[in-house]
Write a protein that binds this ligand. Sequence first.
Ligand code: PLP
Length: 386
Amino acid sequence: MRFELSSSTCGEEEKQAIIEVMDSNTYTMGNKVREFEERFAIYFGMKYAVMANSGSSANLIATASLFYKKENPLKRGDEVIVPCISWATTFHPLQQYGLRLKFVDIDLHTLNLDTEELEKAITKNTRMIVAVSILGNPCRFDEIIKLCEENNIILFEDNCESMGAKFNGKYTGTFGLVNTFSTFFSHHISTMEGGLALTNDKEIYNLLKSLRNHGWTRGQDEDSPIFEKRDDDFFEAYRFILPGYNVRPGEIHGAIGIMQLDKLKHFLQIRRKNAEHFVNLFKNDQRFIIQREVGESSWFSFTMIINPDLNIDRKKVLQKLKDADIEHRIITGGNILRHDVIKYYNYEVIKSTNADIAHYNGFFVGNHPYDIRDKIDYLYKTLENI
Ligand SMILES: Cc1ncc(COP(=O)(O)O)c(C=O)c1O
């Protein structure tokens, strides 16, 4: 049996949506992207959504927007607290904008920021916390928000792995001043490539729209708070106000997103059923630490960390998985401090003990938006004799 890491979430509806875009002759960002953004914002109970060509680009423009807002903007050299484990492009925009990163350890069971360590790491210089709900599992937003409010710290949520998860009944990706999502293939919904930023702040919303679009004024709200229209159509047509990018999505990606969003609820139900089965099989297995759910996870995948107190060689476990055709990866790219790229960063490390355990002893296997309970049984059997 083959147990894949990921699978397509698209079907006939998405094919039809692509054809409609082709027939309309509008390929570049237009009404479909706008409609997807509006629906996405409503779905998550937020005011504004801005789609980009990836979750990484959403992180880039979200970071940039905080440098260009009028009141109390971020500045180069400001201190930002981040977890040691996340995807590389959670961190890269922060590096590119000259921020100083303070790495805090993760909780070995939830895989998210250890909030006790987080509290210890905060100083009067801390300007922002980037909270990442790892692989569907919500962060402890009650504690994080309390710390942010007490210390006047901006909360940025990279929710690229956790669409549909909830903490205290509220969707992850809605707690931060700005929040990002990925709709890359294999994520909870897919637009092939794509990502979004959500915010309730009108100024940030307009900054995001300009930053994704050359730093241009095209597409700004009539009453945009980030520039004043002048009375000269000729110059207004090509007017640049920010050092932006072109990270726009194509119209096809918006059209697919509209179809996919309708399916999200159903996909989540199935992912959670699969997860129930996985947790039942492995919860009392002393050999592995599996991810402990906080709130309602959207179960991107299933993590397993070999108990560091036991003498089990991960190489042998991974070989067994390979032989059995069970795809697996390091957990969310592992501890970023162990990657070559870290030499380019301005950073300090508070502690990374658990992140290292996850890096050197952990792996994950896929979850899917269809019933994979037989594959989970197969995983269980494959690992039986370790
Ligand atoms: C936490 C996190 N942030 C950002 C990204 C980047 O998203 P994308 O692959 O759409 O660029 C990912 C990718 O999965 C991710 O896991």
